[in-house]
Design a protein around this ligand. Structure first.
Ligand SMILES: [Fe+2]
Length: 478
């Protein structure tokens, strides 16, 4: 039996150092006081950081076919007067438990169809991987996955409580992984994509506790993929990409979702603007083709224009790159830039659509108080060297005051995760990020000053196990 280090050496041979983070399944750990390696935990940092992501990409010699199919694992870091305590737990979904008991993969997913003979594959439901993001509610933490119900967890211990219907969701009803909280009311907006005889977006408005209070529906122009949306003043805006999903291979389980989707740029991007109070459509119009996973932020400018920051890909090749990610050496070229789109929402017109930054970036985030309200400082991960096989090695900020850019490129072989903003009582707030050091096979948790990223971390905490990069996180104040 090779040691974990030997397994990492074998997997990462000839590959970038980040690949060592995904070489072996993440090892769970219970509440562990985190050692401060450098600096000091800021006195006003009190609360919990949660991150979700694929904790394991393989099981008993099998590897998942796509990064999106890794089993969800949650990292929590609780900050109190006593210091920082970390823990890591897999979400105990029904699928995870059944596959753990069988010691093999049993279910289809985003990247893989069901196994077995035709008659057994028909109608097989994909596994809810519970791996994409987290939503902190007053008494529970939700692990989100866009094609099904969320899973509720104990926010302190990360024990899985079970599927959560937020008061009204039906079994397997989709609740996406990118809810938006309107800062003045605390209301939550979210959606789920429903495909089949009718293709539509189910809209949800929840109160601050997460209970769904209002729903709406808007038709989709095609069977497609909508991962995120944007709250912009009085509107919710959806950008529907020219990606078309063939439903027959999914129904027959000949292909996973990932391989059943095709890039059809002739359709262009469809922009759908929804009134967030009535959840009714305001306008719908077409523009040029592109693909985006994520939005930075949206707001309504004083002249009434709707302004949206998003991370734009030229096409859907990003999906292939994310599939190849599990090999530790993705080869597919991907071109991505931060863009700003300006709309006249009522007349349904694109006013402008321009790149904002000449950097290959992803995971754009803003301070919670800026969501849907104002430009705000925009934080993101970037690649200092845009090589296909490399992962993000920097955290940047595009400041709202005149477009100044701050950048922190980590040491060679060190890779940060999505920056999560934490408001501060005194200064401009903190950026929390998980960093994997491929030279030392070590994950650290780093606290950066939001207004001065270039200065580097004010505190670095040691984590007891390697935590892979994951997807999205959130902060819950005490
Ligand atoms: Fe996402």
């Amino acid at each position: 039996m090779p040691s974990l280090t030997q397994a990492r050496d074998a997997f990462s041979q000839g590959k970038p150092l980040w690949s060592r983070a995904i070489a072996t399944p993440t090892i769970e750990f219970g509440p562990t006081p985190l050692t401060v390696l450098t600096g000091k935990i800021p006195a006003d940092l009190r609360g919990s950081l949660y991150r979700n992501g694929a904790g394991q990409l393989g099981r008993a010699g099998q590897t998942v076919d796509h990064w999106f199919d890794g089993d969800g694992g949650i990292l929590a870091v609780h900050f109190s007067e006593a210091g920082a305590t970390g823990l890591y737990r897999y979400v105990q979904t029904q699928g995870f438990q059944a596959e753990t008991a069988a010691n093999r993969y049993l279910y289809p997913g985003y990247g893989k169809p069901a196994a077995g003979p035709f008659w057994q594959r028909l109608g097989t439901q994909p596994k809810n991987a519970a791996n994409t993001s987290v939503l902190a509610l007053p008494n529970k933490l939700l692990a989100l996955w866009e094609a099904g119900n969320p899973h509720a967890l104990d926010p302190e211990t990360l024990d899985t409580i079970g599927l959560d219907d937020l008061g009204t969701l039906q079994a397997r009803q989709p609740y996406s992984a990118h809810p938006k909280r309107e800062p003045s009311t605390g209301d939550l907006y979210n959606f789920g994509v429903v495909l089949g005889r009718r293709n539509y977006i189910q809209l949800y408005r929840s109160d601050a506790t997460g209970q769904i209070r209002q729903q709406g529906q808007i038709p989709l122009p095609r069977t497609t993929l909508v991962h995120d949306f944007v709250l912009a003043g009085p509107y919710l805006v959806f950008l529907v990409p020219p990606v078309v999903l063939s439903l027959w291979p999914i129904l027959l389980q000949n292909k996973g979702f990932s391989d059943a989707m095709g890039w059809q740029p002739r359709h262009g991007t469809q922009i759908i603007v929804v009134d967030r109070h009535s959840l009714k459509e305001v306008s719908r119009f077409e523009t040029e083709p592109w693909f985006q996973w994520h939005f930075g932020n949206g707001y309504q400018a004083t002249d009434g224009a709707v302004v949206i920051d998003y991370v734009r890909y030229n096409n859907f090749d990003t999906n292939q790159w994310l599939k190849e990610f599990v090999t530790g050496y993705p080869k597919t070229p991907v071109s991505v830039r931060l863009f700003q789109l300006m709309l006249d929402a009522t007349s349904g017109k694109v006013l402008s659509n321009q790149p904002r930054l000449d950097l290959e970036c992803e995971f754009p985030t803003v301070a919670p108080q800026d969501v849907g309200q104002r430009p705000g400082d925009l934080f993101f991960c970037y690649k200092s060297q845009p090589k296909n096989e490399e992962y993000f090695d920097g955290i940047g900020c595009l400041h709202s005051d005149g477009g100044r850019v701050s950048q922190l490129t980590f040491a060679k072989g060190c890779y940060p995760s999505e920056p999560v903003y934490v408001p501060s009582d005194e200064g401009s707030g903190w950026i929390l990020t998980l960093v994997f050091d491929g030279n030392e096979d070590q994950s650290t948790f780093q606290i950066l000053p939001a207004d001065n990223l270039d200065a580097g971390p004010v505190c670095v905490l040691e984590l007891p196990e390697i935590i892979p990069f994951g997807f999205h996180g959130t902060w819950a104040s005490k």
